[in-house]
Design a protein around this ligand. Structure first.
Ligand code: ZN
Length: 299
């Protein structure tokens, strides 16, 4: 079994109401990336945020943050394309990555492709209604093919997010077409509590994802539980050869009465993996497991 790849998902669009340790600004994300690396994370995923927590998808945010992360460790960088906070056309959604690719100091290692479209309205459990009713995470086939072309052009690794089986089936078609290459790195995104666009964060929800892994292609899979406690599944994932993507961006993790930091969440995953006999992959070992290409800086 491969060593386990652990990704720190440090902030997403999470507020500090649930956990005050969610990093927003570049300096906070850079510090968290280093702390998570030191505990065993091989990948860091983050979203640009303003000091009040609002999304900030300006290229300048990503250039500063990537350069700061690079200067401190070899952790692999996985930025966002902006999720629903950047509802532009395909070119517009990839614009920040195009800027990042102008220098080795600011280039990431992954770029994400969420391989389908879903309703991502947030449920308000106190009031028994949706807070929004028209939030669609749109990823058309043409947009995804544009992303795949640009990602391959730059020698980045596509980070293929599957919210449900239909996304995985689109990944399979892209593999058949040669739009994507093996091994495909697939993130099974499960969702709980306030968002229902993914599979439930249960054993059955995960089994339904893995049952539809593309046949005849080499795949490596990791698991997210957006807005749910992934520790309910980490033992199963570790034992079944999967990888783990986790952090305060997804869930306000606590240890008893104490709010955990991202680094403490990573340390808990590492301890569990080691207790189950599975070693943790370094950034260099992750590059090897995923057969990551060499990044090409824009001319
Ligand atoms: Zn994200």
């Amino acid at each position: 079994m491969d060593k386990i790849i652990i990704e720190a998902r440090v902030n997403e669009l999470a507020t500090r109401k649930g956990n005050p340790h969610v990093p927003f600004l570049p300096g906070e994300i850079i510090a968290d990336a280093k702390a998570c690396h030191d505990e065993g994370a091989a990948i860091v995923h983050y979203h640009g945020r303003a000091d009040d927590g609002a999304p900030d998808h300006s290229p300048a945010f990503y250039l500063e943050t990537n350069a700061g992360i690079r200067a401190q460790s070899d952790i692999l960088i996985h930025p966002t394309l902006g999720y629903v906070a950047n509802d532009a056309d395909a070119l517009g959604r990839f614009a920040a990555v195009e800027e990042m690719m102008k220098s080795a100091e600011t280039a990431p290692d992954f770029a994400p492709m969420d391989c389908g479209s879903v309703n991502v309205d947030w449920w308000n459990p106190e009031e028994g209604r949706y807070d929004t009713t028209d939030l669609i995470y749109k990823n058309s086939t043409g947009t995804l093919m544009h992303f795949a072309e640009r990602i391959a052009h730059y020698g980045l690794k596509p980070y293929l997010v599957s919210w449900n089986v239909s996304f995985t089936r689109q990944i399979e078609q892209f593999l058949k077409m040669g739009v994507l290459r093996e091994p495909a790195y697939i993130c099974f995104c499960m969702t709980d509590e306030i968002i229902f666009a993914g599979h439930p964060g249960t054993e059955a929800g995960l089994d339904a994802h893995t049952a539809f892994l593309p046949e005849g292609f080499r795949t490596v899979w990791t698991v997210v539980n957006y807005k749910g406690d992934l520790f309910e599944l980490t033992e199963k994932i570790i034992r079944s050869g999967g990888h783990i993507s986790i952090g305060l961006g997804d869930y306000a993790y606590r240890d008893g009465a104490r709010n955990m930091t991202n680094a403490q969440v990573i340390a808990k995953v590492v301890a569990q993996a080691q207790s189950l006999g599975r070693d943790v992959a370094s950034a260099a070992e992750t590059r090897d497991i995923l057969k990551m290409p060499t990044v090409r800086i824009a001319a």
